[in-house]
Design a protein around this ligand. Structure first.
Ligand SMILES: C[S@@+](CC[C@H](N)C(=O)[O-])C[C@H]1O[C@@H](n2cnc3c(N)ncnc32)[C@H](O)[C@@H]1O
Length: 174
């Protein structure tokens, strides 16, 4: 499944490596499975309707996948359904702040100014792009997570290390 992976445990470096390589091609998943000696089925499907019975997985992860491109009112209840009691969901997406400060022009980095309203942001479309993104305030994330059956254990604001560089035009390290 593209952005939801069940793991029996011991897969920490595997997922760190997945994040580092930003890999979303099935071939790369297969190569990493070999590299880390893990073997589990890979299925390709929509995160809002995965063809597995409830309580099929111990762990779910989305890194700029479902958590960015799928309506949280749909993928979060589906993730909760698929996870065993006590299972964990980890996801990484753009910060609320960067989305508030992102110009609509392509290739322009986020500014220091708030360019859109902080209240009510949810579904976001960018001119000239066919994609639909979902960006929620922290409070809205907490509410939809809890409605879907999750407890929130942590919210980590990722801070770039000294000397880090950006490979995306819409974000500068400053
Ligand atoms: C920027 S890539 C992130 C890939 C991710 N980090 C990974 O390791 O697989 C965005 C991914 O979101 C996936 N995606 C978009 N809509 C989706 C949906 N409705 N269900 C599942 N995946 C979706 C795309 O297929 C693409 O692979």
């Amino acid at each position: 499944m593209g952005h939801l992976a069940g793991s029996g445990g011991g897969g920490r470096s595997f997922f760190r490596e997945l994040g580092r390589q930003g890999c979303y091609r099935a071939g790369m998943w297969r190569r990493l499975q070999g590299q880390y000696g893990l073997d589990f089925p890979l299925i390709h499907g929509d995160a809002e309707a995965i063809g597995y019975p409830e309580a099929s997985f111990d762990f779910a992860i989305s890194e700029y996948g479902a958590c960015l491109w799928v309506d949280p009112e749909r993928w979060l209840p589906e993730s909760a359904r698929l996870l065993c009691p006590g299972g964990q969901l980890v996801f990484l997406t753009n910060s609320f702040l960067i989305t508030l400060c992102m110009p609509t022009e392509d290739e322009m980095a986020a500014t220091e100014r708030l360019l859109r309203p902080a209240f009510g942001m949810y579904r976001v479309e960018w001119p000239g792009s066919p994609g639909v993104e979902f960006h929620l305030s922290h409070g809205d994330w907490i509410r939809v997570l809890r409605r879907s059956g999750f407890e929130v254990e942590d919210l980590i604001e990722v801070r770039p290390a000294v000397g880090a560089t950006s490979s995306y035009p819409f974000v500068s390290v400053e």
